[in-house]
Design a protein around this ligand. Structure first.
Ligand code: ZN
Length: 239
């Protein structure tokens, strides 16, 4: 069974991959800023290309870590049937390009703000690098003949209301249809770890505590998910 230590270990391996990607991004960022006086369209095209490469290379590394982890946990679980994790593809180029175009808007305003643009882009790269790792877990759970599920396991110092709500469901997620679209959404900077769970196993975090939090907010706010999230943010003093 995945223990909190297992989750922390894979989380730290994934963070190393993200850190390498962000270090490369920051190194290359200085060149981007130096080139800004030139043609904006050319600069953007170059950023799209370089960020696309970065996301593909580090995304593959993150997906490989996730696939190995899945296979290891599956073996530990003694899950029946032969199955190997399916490594997901890196984020599509067009998705990365859209993130670059969004993130770099502050570069081209009346008062260019490179710092804010880099911050946006770093959040986007973090999310895009981890995307194939998360997809690897979700896709493998779907394809696994042993009735696997996955849970969104919170990690790190703080966890936002959106992630807490999804984590409060426990290990229920298996296909995109039954989980609902939101289960597969991650915000930039999110350090939650989708973790596979097999029948008979329990989640490596306190699902009940999160569910109580959610129920308390729901009792005050009513059934609208947006209102519940707002209530959780207010009650818990979180994002
Ligand atoms: Zn999260």
């Amino acid at each position: 069974m995945a223990t909190p230590a297992d989750v922390a270990e894979v989380r730290s391996a994934q963070r190393d991959v993200v850190d390498l990607a962000l270090a490369e991004l920051a190194r290359w960022w200085r060149e981007v800023i130096a080139a800004l006086s030139g043609d904006a369209r050319a600069v953007t095209a170059q950023m799209e290309a370089i960020t696309g490469d970065l996301v593909a290379v580090y995304g593959d590394a993150a997906a490989l870590i996730a696939a190995d982890w899945y296979d290891e946990l599956r073996e530990q679980a003694g899950a029946p049937g032969r199955f190997q994790a399916r490594m997901a593809d890196p984020a599509p180029r067009e998705q990365t390009a859209a993130v670059v175009r969004w993130a770099t808007v502050p570069l081209f305003g009346a008062q260019p703000d490179p710092q804010q643009a880099l911050q946006h882009l770093s959040g986007g790269v973090q999310r895009l690098v981890l995307q194939p790792a998360r997809d690897t877990i979700a896709d493998s759970v779907d394809a696994d003949p042993a009735d696997a599920r996955w849970a969104r396991v919170p990690s790190g110092a703080t966890t936002c209301a959106f992630c807490r709500l999804l984590a409060s469901r426990g290990a229920v997620y298996h296909s995109q249809e039954t989980a609902g679209g939101a289960a597969n959404e991650y915000h930039g900077g999110c350090d939650c770890v989708p973790t596979p769970i097999w029948p008979g196993q329990s989640e490596p975090y306190d699902v009940d505590a999160l569910l109580q939090e959610y129920n308390a907010a729901r009792a005050k706010a009513g059934g609208d998910p947006k209102a519940i999230l707002a209530q959780m943010r207010k009650d818990l003093g979180i994002n």
